[in-house]
Design a protein around this ligand. Structure first.
Ligand SMILES: Cc1cc2nc3c(=O)[nH]c(=O)nc-3n(C[C@H](O)[C@H](O)[C@H](O)COP(=O)(O)OP(=O)(O)OC[C@H]3O[C@@H](n4cnc5c(N)ncnc54)[C@H](O)[C@@H]3O)c2cc1C
Length: 406
């Protein structure tokens, strides 16, 4: 029961961003030897289960390394004409299972005395000038500052992608939408040493489309049908694509589905929405932390959480300025890529294949993780259809140089 709880920090939503931020604040306060702040999380789910799969390249230390469950030091990108295999022993592609992440985050939060109210939904958040009141299904919660990670609905993400129903006309608003099945098969068709990041040798009639395969063992893999386009598709379409692919690429007809996931992630060039009010901060996907050209968000969430925790400690009783969602350089590059993909989706497969084929793997991985230097960004441009993409840069004028701060 939340009724009339007073807190220093209220975290609305105990998913990736909420748990990561609460962990970072609690740990930073301990490390800074300050008084432990009172942190309260409200989360509608009753219990935590594996509900998604996070992957990334570990280009920097992050607090949940112990939750990594699999590493692939080779990865494949495929088009109908080319198969490109690249990799790195130093920067493998890594997988964090959601249940391992939740377990670790919850254990740390319990140790630090953070309160989590499960089965509780926030319904309204009001900045009252000197504090924030959060109306919840279990009563009001009052806090000095609030961090809101409630997700946009699939419908609102879709309306963003359609300018005529609300999105800004001069911005690119695509969606990354996907359905994934973890399948267990008889036989050993999968190669667990190589993640298939993008297989574009599949039908492209419904938008830029690829299959993504994470082989965990020779007989078990997560197989996802992914699209970059303006609208989601009926579930049956993604499922048919997965079945077709298993049959054509691996000659698999019979399999057991052991886990399912689906996602809709905005891929937008629009600047992050303004901070709702001085004491309320949007975090996670709601705060624009997904990289627009790839949908990756896990590392950006960890960076934001660490930086916000440090700013809170420095700011004392005052609300801090929020950190930028990502570097201005990365925002600019994403704008170029997204504009190109939007105008020429049929060239998407070759664009990605060229990048993976022509660039040193660790450089490309830094670029995909928003950690490329200016010189490395230029190398990425030079491995791309430069003239067409540069035209996109000039088309979109200087507006995109603004960092995604609020
Ligand atoms: C299936 C899937 C796979 C992904 N894979 C990757 C990946 O491989 N790599 C990567 O970098 N990124 C990935 N992402 C993107 C991103 O990392 C995740 O979406 C991440 O979970 C975003 O964190 P979040 O806290 O913003 O949202 P969530 O983790 O979804 O958390 C939002 C929380 O808000 C809660 N909530 C909802 N309504 C309310 C309410 N009214 N009141 C209070 N709480 C509420 C929800 O229950 C949820 O716990 C993936 C996303 C999805 C959907």
């Amino acid at each position: 029961m939340v009724a009339r709880v007073e807190a220093d920090f209220a975290v609305i939503g105990g998913g990736c961003a909420g748990l990561s931020l609460a962990t970072a604040i609690a740990s930073t306060a301990v490390a800074g030897r300050g008084a432990a702040p009172r942190i309260v999380i409200v989360e509608p789910r009753e219990r935590y289960v594996r509900d998604r799969t996070w992957c990334m390249w570990p280009v920097e230390a992050q607090p949940f390394t112990a939750a990594i469950r699999h590493r692939w030091s080779r990865w494949e990108v495929r088009t109908p004409e080319r198969t490109i295999i690249r990799g790195s022993e130093r920067l493998p592609y890594v997988h964090i299972a959601a249940d391992a992440f939740y377990e670790q985050a919850l254990a740390r939060l319990r140790d630090r005395g953070v309160e989590i109210h499960l089965g509780v939904r926030a319904t309204a958040i009001t900045d009252e000038g000197d504090r924030v009141t959060i109306e919840t299904s279990a009563g009001p919660l009052r806090a000095r500052l609030a961090f809101d990670s409630r997700p946009a609905t699939a419908e609102s993400a879709e309306s963003l992608a359609k300018p005529e129903t609300g999105g800004a006309v001069d911005e690119v608003n695509l969606l990354q939408h996907f359905v994934g099945w973890e399948v267990k098969v008889d036989g050993t068709p999968f190669d667990p040493s190589t993640a298939i990041l993008m297989d574009f040798a599949v039908p492209q009639a419904d938008g830029l489309h690829f299959l993504y395969v994470l082989p965990f063992s020779p007989d078990r893999a997560l197989v996802e049908a992914t699209y970059f386009s303006e609208s989601t598709l009926p579930t049956a379409t993604y499922e048919a694509r997965i079945r077709d692919y298993l049959g054509r690429r691996f000659a698999i007809r019979d399999f057991a589905i052991e886990f399912r996931e689906r996602g809709v992630i905005p891929m937008t060039t629009a600047p992050a929405s303004p901070q709702p009010s001085p004491r309320v901060f949007d975090i996670g996907l709601r705060g624009g932390l997904a990289k627009p050209s790839t949908g990756y968000a896990f590392l950006a969430i960890q960076r934001y959480s660490q930086e916000m925790a440090a700013r809170l400690l420095r700011a004392g009783d005052r609300p801090p300025r929020p950190p930028a969602a990502r570097p201005a350089r990365a925002v600019a590059m994403d704008r170029v890529f997204l504009s190109y993909l939007h105008r020429s989706p049929e060239r998407g497969p070759d664009l990605f294949a060229d990048l993976f084929e022509r660039l040193p793997p660790e450089l490309l991985v830094r670029f995909l993780s928003d950690r490329a230097s200016p010189r490395e960004c230029l190398r990425v441009m030079s491995a791309s259809p430069l003239s067409a993409m540069t035209r996109e840069v000039f088309r979109s004028r200087a507006r995109w140089m603004r960092p995604a701060t609020r």
